[in-house]
Write a protein that binds this ligand. Structure first.
Ligand SMILES: Nc1ncnc2c1ncn2[C@@H]1O[C@H](COP(=O)(O)OP(=O)(O)OP(=O)(O)O)[C@@H](O)[C@H]1O
Length: 365
């Protein structure tokens, strides 16, 4: 068991064209992943998640930086010497063996005492609801059950430095995904292990992880708890990618402790220096409400989307479109309405990075 340090880890795959400038699939990143915690690597296709996972597993030797398991440099160690377990998108199991034999296999391979191995298999099977099928052959089981065996094989060794999951719920029936997602969370809570989970699905990442690593275009943009990513996205991409729908962004001008968008003025809870100038104002649809009249910024109502549990309203502020929430029971019968956003939910971005001002009252916003 270990913590994992990414010490300036980055990677550029070798190019066929020797004249081409170095192109990073993963831009250098520095971070320490703590023993016992669950991390998710989240981002769109091609953002570098698999590259980072493969660097940790040893399938890719990074072009930059060092990888440490505790204080041991493993950057160039082959996979089999790294003491990690991996779970892939598709089940990796022995069809002709029983579920019990499949789960015992990684332990037998390491010469674990028979009694200890047996108890551990029963513990893991219990966590994954595999006890009733322990003595069935894997061959006859459903795809979901087979992937659970694969998960079990990844989790069964208690001496690994980390368990790596590469989109492990891909083959799971959508109706069962929810169940398995929360089961994996419970498994992590029951076992004191460092787990790293690659996904492009924000719900999977947010359910599973203590901390989510949001990546885009080879860059780690923010590492934070689900709440931090939702409440204070450090980068505009994080605001847009996390949440459904994502954050609204409007081009704005800062004027002390207010942001001006066209003729509308949004009071902020912080004061910004004059250097900020042209910025992006970001706020979540969840924290913006539209009402027919009263206080707030005048907007044009474009359309209402009834999602059953909540209603969203798409409005225009000058030439800009944005999404807000329509409070329960509220009707909009006129083409114009009022938009309200609490100043604590307004964020300022310069070159897509969130900046903080001097909070009115003292601290940083
Ligand atoms: N073996 C390789 N040789 C050259 N380029 C590669 C190689 N593997 C990946 N890349 C490139 O590196 C970048 C990051 O790819 P990576 O597979 O790490 O992303 P990802 O986020 O895991 O995507 P996906 O979710 O589609 O698997 C992409 O531009 C990809 O084309």
């Amino acid at each position: 068991m270990a913590s994992i340090t990414l010490d300036g880890i980055g990677h550029a795959y070798p190019s066929r064209d020797p004249g081409e400038a170095k192109r990073y699939a993963l831009k250098p990143v520095h971070h320490v992943w703590q023993h016992g915690r669950a991390y998710a690597l989240l981002g769109p296709s091609g953002c570098g998640k698999t590259t980072l996972l493969n660097i940790i597993s040893g399938l890719v030797i990074p072009s930059d930086g060092r990888l440490l398991f505790d204080d041991v440099d493993v950057t160039r160690l082959p996979t089999e010497k790294r003491n990690i377990a991996q779970v892939f998108q598709f089940p990796v199991i022995y069809d002709t063996m029983t579920v019990r034999e499949n789960l015992l296999f990684p332990l037998r391979n390491r010469g674990v005492d028979k009694r200890i191995a047996h108890d551990r298999v029963v513990e893991i099977a219990g966590l994954l609801d595999l006890v009733p099928v322990l003595d069935r052959r894997a061959r006859g089981l459903t795809a979901d059950a087979k992937q659970k065996i694969s998960l079990g094989r990844g989790l069964v060794r208690s001496d690994v430095s980390a368990v790596l999951f590469d989109e492990p719920l891909t083959v799971i029936d959508p109706a069962l995904k929810w169940e398995l997602r929360s089961k994996l969370k419970a498994v992590h809570e029951a076992l004191d292990m460092l787990m790293i989970y690659v996904t492009h699905d924000q719900v999977e990442a947010m359910t599973f992880a203590d901390e989510v690593v949001v990546m885009n275009d080879g860059r780690v943009l923010q590492i934070g708890t689900p709440t931090e990513l939702f409440e204070r996205p450090a980068h505009a991409f994080v605001g847009y990618f996390i949440g459904s729908p994502g954050m609204n962004f409007l081009p704005a001008r800062l004027e002390g402790s207010a942001a001006r968008v066209a003729d509308a003025v949004f009071p902020l809870d912080a004061r910004y220096g004059p250097q900020a100038g042209e910025v992006k104002l970001g706020f979540r649809p969840d924290y913006a409400t539209v009402t027919p009249d009263g206080e707030g910024i005048p907007v044009q109502v474009l359309r209402i989307e009834d999602l059953g549990r909540r209603r969203l309203v798409r409005v225009a502020l000058g030439p800009h479109e944005l999404v807000a929430t329509l409070p329960p029971g509220m009707e909009l019968n006129e083409p114009t309405a009022r938009l309200q956003v609490g100043s604590q939910h307004l964020h300022i971005y310069v070159d897509d990075e969130r900046i903080t001002g001097e909070q009115i009252g003292g601290e940083l916003a």
